[in-house]
Design a protein around this ligand. Sequence first.
Ligand SMILES: [Zn+2]
Length: 416
Amino acid sequence: MVVPALVAALLVSTIAPVRAQRAEGVAALLRTAPVSRAVEVARSIEPQTLDDQVRFCEIPAPPFGEAQRGEALRRTFVALGLRNVRVDRVGNVLGERPGRAPRPRLVVAAHLDTVFPRETSVKVVREGTMLRGAGIGDNCRGLAVLVAIVRSLNTAQVRTGGPVTFVANVGEEGLGDLRGVKALFSETLKGQVDRFVTIDNAGIQLSAVGVGSRRYRVSFRGAGGHSFADFGRPNPANALGRAVARIAEFRVPANPFTTFNVGRIGGGTSVNAIPEEAWMEVDLRSSDPATLKDLDSRLLRTVDAAMAEENARWAAGSRITVEKKLVGDRPAGSTPASSPLVRTAEAVARVLGLSSIPSEASSDANLPMSLGVPAIAIGGGGQSFGSHSEQERFETTNAWQGTQNAVLLTVALSQD
Ligand SMILES: [Zn+2]
């Protein structure tokens, strides 16, 4: 939409005071004794927060194998006095902290899972101010800060406005395909969540734009045969080649940033055999749901066209078929920059003297965003390097700033 200059000027002049008001509201909150105490505590307990971070990280949590790390979080929630601590059907660990009123209900979450297979070493090594270990930032930082929020609020005896539900959830990474938050919003807390914040990895990031993705495994299949004796049959590898060549020519918008990738290909058994199967894995991404849907249908049409072209090329009776299997579906979504949730998160960072860095991300917040529930992803402070690699590192200097940010944000978002 094009906004005429005059209207734009009016919008700016009304937005600026709203922003100032919100910052003033957060600053006033921070001047109240329990809240200022909680923010101090968040800093003073940082050594314990880092110990938690290491402790959680040294429990393996491969995709679909988060139960053991989940149990450590469950015990911690119980020890901290959260109410109704439970593990839901898919393995999400939940605990409640009551507020003065029953609503709004805020959920603060952090994902349990890593991208690493079970056999990966999860030993953490401390080198000066650096922690080195697979998953140390993504997402043991998020889990440690989740726990630090509860500890800070308890120590300072803060009563929040509405209740806060703390969740250590499964299934954020890769083929986990957001199954933790999907279950949370469709069963465990269905219809009960008013606001959602996920703490994912490090930094003072603020992400209100969720990049969606659709992933397919596409398999062309045919009769196969001898390369010489059966020459003339349609070839699944040829069909795959036709499809890849067409995909390579896709034109996609730069804004919203939209991407496609043929990530893996395979098939066939021998140089002198017509393959029975040739396959590829394709990843499509966009922060705009309509654009992603459009790209998705373009991919499916292209694959069908490649099959038809290959079948038409050869006169022989045998025909190839194609299977398009959806192996990843992460909905795109966003929380408007003008929403109270985003404004409050910006104000919290500003009041603490931090600059939150707006970013587009793909996180657990995508799912509530796609359902219209206000949601953001934030970082847990510190700095991370080499996420999703076994060389992952976490720089602890000033990491407490992220803990403070998360504590004040939790209190601010629990208000009406
Ligand atoms: Zn993560």
